[in-house]
Design a protein around this ligand. Structure first.
Ligand SMILES: Cc1ncc(COP(=O)(O)O)c(C=O)c1O
Length: 389
């Protein structure tokens, strides 16, 4: 039984519900950020991230820096791209466009390959773009949280390595790390940026990233210094390396309490095989998607191969407004998110299913949400539901 005060179940695509032990880790007594206890906790956390990202290559470098997921975009833009260099952004929605905007702020020349709403750029058009220009970096949003579109990384990486082998492959994994498979070494990725509050299951406030040896070389070879002081990976690299070597080090004060929570969350995730975790997210996602189909509703991500496993975004039936449905769900103790994609925002809602709500069936979160969705739609006058029930 959870010791948390009773509250509606947060089933938005991040932040997610947190496990009691993770939350309790945050009430750790204050300790020095350079004292031996915390240095060891931070060092272990960084080593565990290597396992989560499935990298054993010693050249891969993990970073945990105070900030939200957006800081990951800034890290890429400020450190891996120099003003005037070309970046190819594969856009599957609001968050891919945000990454593009961030890159432009730092002077990158951005080309966006935009898919129609609910789709993703296809390999032949990506190949064409890559063969027309030399791109320093390609970015892909693994799951665009605005659409629930899942991008395929392995075939994309194969293509980039074949057609444009010098291009660095950078993944926005904010809505995918710890619920979708990411094989950092095997898929030859150069960077994955994520955040603490989604499938990792730790409160918001940490930017978490992994960069390859190639990306770290590109950082070292820059002509201009990184275009950020706090976000300079040149400043953070020795700090992360020292913590992992269990040596005290300081550039800017980390949050010991959040690092404790992340440590607990990672211990929980790695206590079971990662493959089982990904399979469980897929199983629950399949169940939710079949209920959505049964209700006669259409997902934003049209092709089943492009559908994320940690969230489901679906169009509302004609005549049902999010502003009417979401408060009804909240009264039933379940919180979903409204739409966020600029072109379709009022027409759809998002159901997040990541972390403990998925891995701990004894909580009953998912079944309660499905039941709330069925009865909430019915109360909004949706007839299809009446036929179903
Ligand atoms: C795919 C994706 N990228 C980036 C972000 C930005 O992260 P944050 O809101 O933690 O800054 C989000 C936030 O939801 C996201 O879903």
């Amino acid at each position: 039984m959870s010791t948390q005060p009773e509250h509606p179940t947060l089933l938005i695509p991040g932040p997610i519900e947190f496990d009691d032990a993770v939350l309790q880790s945050m009430s750790h007594f204050s300790e020095s950020h350079v004292g031996p206890g915390f240095v060891s906790t931070f060092g272990e956390t960084l080593s565990m991230l290597r396992k989560l990202f499935q990298t054993t290559n010693p050249a891969s470098q993990p970073f945990v820096i105070s900030g939200s997921g957006t800081l990951g975009w800034d890290l890429v833009a400020a450190n891996l791209v120099e003003p005037g260099e070309d970046v190819l952004v594969l856009s599957t929605g609001y968050f891919s466009d945000g990454f593009a905007d961030c890159l432009r702020v730092y002077g990158a020349q951005v080309t966006e390959l935009k898919a129609p709403v609910g789709g993703r750029p296809q390999l032949p058009e990506i190949e064409k773009a890559l063969s027309e220009k030399r791109y320093k970096v390609l970015t892909v949003t693994h799951v665009d949280t605005s659409t629930g579109v899942l991008s395929e990384l392995q075939k994309l990486s194969d293509l980039v390595h074949r057609v444009s082998p010098d291009t660095l492959i950078i993944v926005d994994g904010v809505c995918s790390v710890a619920c979708e498979e990411i094989a950092f070494d095997d898929w030859k990725l150069d960077g994955v940026v994520t955040a603490s509050q989604k499938a990792i299951g730790c409160p918001a406030g940490l930017s978490i990233s992994m960069f390859s040896g190639r990306a770290m070389e590109a950082l070292q070879k820059r002509k201009a210094p990184p275009a950020s002081y706090f976000g300079s990976l040149k400043n953070w690299t020795p700090i992360m390396q020292n913590y992992e070597a269990r040596k005290p080090s300081y550039f800017a004060t980390p949050s010991p309490q959040l690092i404790h929570a992340l440590h607990t969350a990672l211990c929980q995730i790695l206590s079971k095989p990662l493959a089982a975790r990904f399979a469980r997210h897929k199983e629950v996602s399949d169940k939710i998607k079949s209920v959505v189909a049964e209700l006669g509703l259409r997902q934003i991500a049209g092709d089943p191969n492009d559908q994320a496993h940690g969230m489901t975004a679906f169009y509302l039936p004609e005549g049902v407004q999010a502003a009417e449905l979401l408060p009804k769900l909240a009264k039933k103790g379940v919180i979903f998110a409204g739409g966020i994609h600029r072109e379709i925002a009022p027409k759809y809602v998002r159901f997040g299913h990541m972390g403990v709500s998925v891995t701990d069936p004894s909580r009953g979160d998912i079944d309660r949400a499905i039941e709330a969705l069925r009865s909430g739609l019915l109360e909004c006058g949706y007839q299809q539901v009446q036929k179903q029930t």
